[in-house]
Ligand binder design. Structure first.
Ligand SMILES: Cc1ncc(COP(=O)(O)O)c(C=O)c1O
Length: 421
């Protein structure tokens, strides 16, 4: 259970407001549309709307689609969007500009990189991952193993401490999510990649909870493949396509099975036979979703403007303060801390468990504090340092304390499950 905070200095609203006043990133909050009556702590699920995204959407619809019509593929640079966005994301994840491309969903991209990795390690038959990995990663890995035939399989370990021991001579690819979606635990990318390589395995990283939030150095860590979504900390919107990274040294040998025409070397030759494009472009599949991509660029640009070191520093301060506030205000109210206490091992979220977790989150959302809920009993609070404020931490904890003390969450309607939690 959460124990009471012992520090002599009591945190109060004035102290947190002073931190906001001194925050160099504070002006960037103005670049987002955020309702005044909401404390938004769910940027780890869906990032907020950048105001510029609305202008871009209107321009793409009216001028580029409306007036430009099909000419806009060339005249408005639509056909270059997967590369342009990929090059920008590359700067956020420590990759070369020719190593990242934006396309499809995280799930689809994962399928491509797993199949590419399995083909690169023909004698080996296992994909190794964590049971606590995000379910789509496990489902996709199961599917990738299934289509390869009976002797291929997905092997799962029960805790991060067991990952290294599971990498054996049969492991073709280690599939890991860098920051865990449920408890925010951040794995050591450099060390685990090195261990896998030493055993002859490749590594695919899911960066969905990392990109735009924590430092990632794919090239320095010698990562092989990576995927990630653009709708969380990159603020790309609910329609944003995902990104895929393949190390330059592997690209020409990487064969991915979703060989659509955009991944062809010369798509507009309309040849009846497939020949993979050079480089990262071979991970493309079908026609890019232009409107979604154009809109996503606004959020990515804001992350680039803020810079990862500044975002990470603020994120650590926000999550540390939130944890301290929980200890100060909510000790004895039935919350159990979940995830690493060491900020260096934590992503940009804080999770706590309570048997009434789902109903408590519904009660919080009813009062304007938006986090989310994950089984079993976990309340997630995501801090997006581009727009989260220090006073948001205070206000969220004050409302949580009230909901717990008054037992407001016990009202029966808060137990009714919504389709999306
Ligand atoms: C780690 C991780 N991977 C993948 C996804 C989702 O993948 P997709 O965009 O294909 O739905 C999520 C969604 O929250 C996630 O947390």
């Amino acid at each position: 259970m959460l124990s009471a905070r012992t520090s002599a200095t009591r945190l109060d609203l004035a102290a947190l407001a002073a931190l906001d006043a001194a925050d160099p990133l504070a002006p960037l909050r103005g670049a987002f549309h955020l309702p005044d009556d909401v404390v938004y702590l769910d940027g780890n699920s869906l990032g907020a709307l950048p105001k510029r995204a609305e202008q871009i959407a209107s321009r793409v619809l009216r001028q580029e689609w409306g007036d430009g019509l099909v000419r806009s593929w060339n005249d408005a640079g639509w056909h270059r969007l997967p590369w342009r966005l990929g090059a920008k994301i590359a700067r956020l994840v420590g990759a070369g500009e020719d190593e990242v491309i934006v396309t499809d969903s995280t799930s689809a991209n994962l399928y491509k990189v797993l199949q590419a990795a399995l083909s690169l390690r023909p004698g080996r038959r296992s994909i190794v991952s964590e049971r606590e990995n995000f379910p789509t990663d496990l489902y996709i890995a199961e599917g990738a193993a299934r289509v390869r035939g009976e002797r291929h399989r997905l092997r799962l370990v029960d805790s991060p401490a067991h990952i290294e021991g599971a990498i054996d001579e049969d492991c073709a690819v280690l599939l890991l999510t860098h920051v865990n979606y449920r408890d925010g635990n951040m794995l050591d990318m450099a060390a685990l990649t090195e261990r896998a390589h030493r055993k002859g395995a490749l590594v695919a990283w899911d960066l969905s909870h990392s990109a735009g939030a924590v430092p990632v150095e794919l090239v320095a860590c010698e990562a092989d493949f990576a995927v990630g979504c653009c709708y969380k900390y990159l603020n790309g919107g609910p329609v944003a396509p995902a990104f895929v990274f393949a190390a330059r040294r592997l690209q020409e040998r990487s064969e991915q099975p979703l060989s659509g025409w955009w991944g062809h070397a010369t798509p507009f030759d309309f040849s009846p036979t497939f020949r993979a494009a050079d480089g990262i472009a071979r991970f493309l599949c079908g026609t890019p979703p232009v409107l979604s991509m154009a809109v996503a660029e606004a959020g990515i640009d804001l992350v680039l403007e803020a810079t990862i070191p500044r975002l990470r520093a603020k994120s650590i301060q926000l999550t540390e303060l939130f944890i301290e506030l929980l200890a100060q205000e909510c000790a004895g109210l039935g919350l159990e801390p979940v995830g690493p206490r060491d900020p260096q091992r934590r992503g940009s979220q804080v999770s706590v468990r309570h048997p009434g977790g789902y109903a408590i989150m519904r009660a919080l959302i009813d009062r304007g504090v938006i986090g989310d809920y994950r089984e079993p009993g976990i309340l997630r609070f995501g801090f997006a340092p581009l727009y989260s404020r220090y006073i948001d931490a205070w206000n969220a904890v004050a409302v949580l304390k009230d909901v717990l003390q008054t037992r407001a969450w016990e009202q029966p309607h808060y137990r009714e499950r919504h389709a999306v939690t």
